[in-house]
Design a protein around this ligand. Sequence first.
Ligand code: HAX
Length: 440
Amino acid sequence: MKFKEKLKEKVEIQREEVTKLLKDYGDVKIGDITIAQVIGGMRGLKVLVTDISYLDPFEGIRYRGYTVDEVLEKLPKPKGAEMPYDEAQFYLLMTGDIPTEEEVREVIDIFKEKRKVPNYVYRVLDSMPREARPDVMLAVAVGTMQQESVFAKAYAENKITKQNAWEYMFEDVLNLLPKIPMIAAYIYRLKYKNNEQIPQNPDLDFGGNFAYMMGIDKPYDDFSRLYFILLSDHESGNVSAHTTHLVASAWADAYYSLAAGINGLSGPLHGGATQEALKWFQELLKKLNKIPTKQELEQFCWDTLNAGQVIPGYGHAVLRKTDPRFVAQLEFGEKHLPDDPLFQLVSLLYEVAPDILTKHGKAKNPWPNCDNITGTIQAYYGVNQYEFYPALFDISRSMGVLSNITWDRGLGYPIERPKSVTIEMLKSISRQDTIKKTWF
Ligand code: HAX
């Protein structure tokens, strides 16, 4: 497999670099820690390492050094498609290189060969309560397949060394990732389309086949490809990526780790924000029964803020400008659904919300993130079942987190185990500070 050979070469080079960094420069300081950071969710602390993506607060995400625009322009596309192959993005995340047509073809073939889901997974899904949330079902499906792990099997047989661990992880990743969109589409039709399933189309790629199995016509295949690329990775500190990495750091296999990451993604401040944003727009339309004027929209924003709620899909823990993943979807919407009332509302909100959030004075970032717009486009194509959105996000994020845990094993990163302190200890440290705090 040329894909694996290339990865092997890169892992070996980087492993040497990491070993040298540790040996020769291990005691070099890269930052200090404040009490505010310890209490405040570790904002801004540089305590994780990944080369797979980097989030610049002002520029947005770069995947392996490439911006969103560059990735969309440079990655190979299926014939006649507007958006690149997701398999090409996976190749980029894994190897750091833009694949040639031949290189991406190899990944497409591997994915097609491995995407058949074992029947017992469908039996488990069929037996779950219909009320179960799609992302819960997806996590259960992934957990159910853990017994297939070649990493876990090799570990039990004492075959794993620090040198070869990544190869078993890689094999698990290649077995698991292509099944994720298949399972998600199955869950969608099980829950919302009377369990009338559409078999996979062996001619189609990752995103194209997902759209096909969902039963949605073009250009939903291109929107799926785009969305899966955009959300695939966002550095290591976000909850889904960090959870997957943390669980894998104890040498759990890809199945356990991804199932944990899927659960990590679910919260309304992370993967749940897409649904909150669409709900917010729909409530507004329902209340006014028409597209609001600018003034009416401003008032609705203030009502939300004055009620102590957030404007969903605005703000970010790291970003300090408009999320380029929002812009890419906005451009898609301008081309394919410019007359859709909800889409018009998204555009209008972009004109008014940043000023309002700035005047409100709380959010450090008054600009939109990707979650503000996704639900609107999904709903336009008929995917208006809010609770399915985290599962869609999971398909995409799986590409990044599974690439990361392969590299974690490749570079021999150890189990993650930060130190905690007590509040008493923090008080005592602050007493030693020369600036005495009044409450002591
Ligand atoms: N509307 C109103 N207030 C907001 C806000 C928004 N969109 N974004 C932040 N704030 C408020 C915070 O609630 C916080 O208020 P308190 O001091 O009263 O607690 C204050 O501004 C400071 O927050 P921050 O430092 O700017 O933001 P955080 O790093 O704490 O949180 C969040 C980042 C994304 C969670 C936050 O901006 C938010 O809740 N946004 C709305 C939900 C959302 O869009 N989430 C998706 C984020 C992208 C993502 O991870 N997708 O998966």
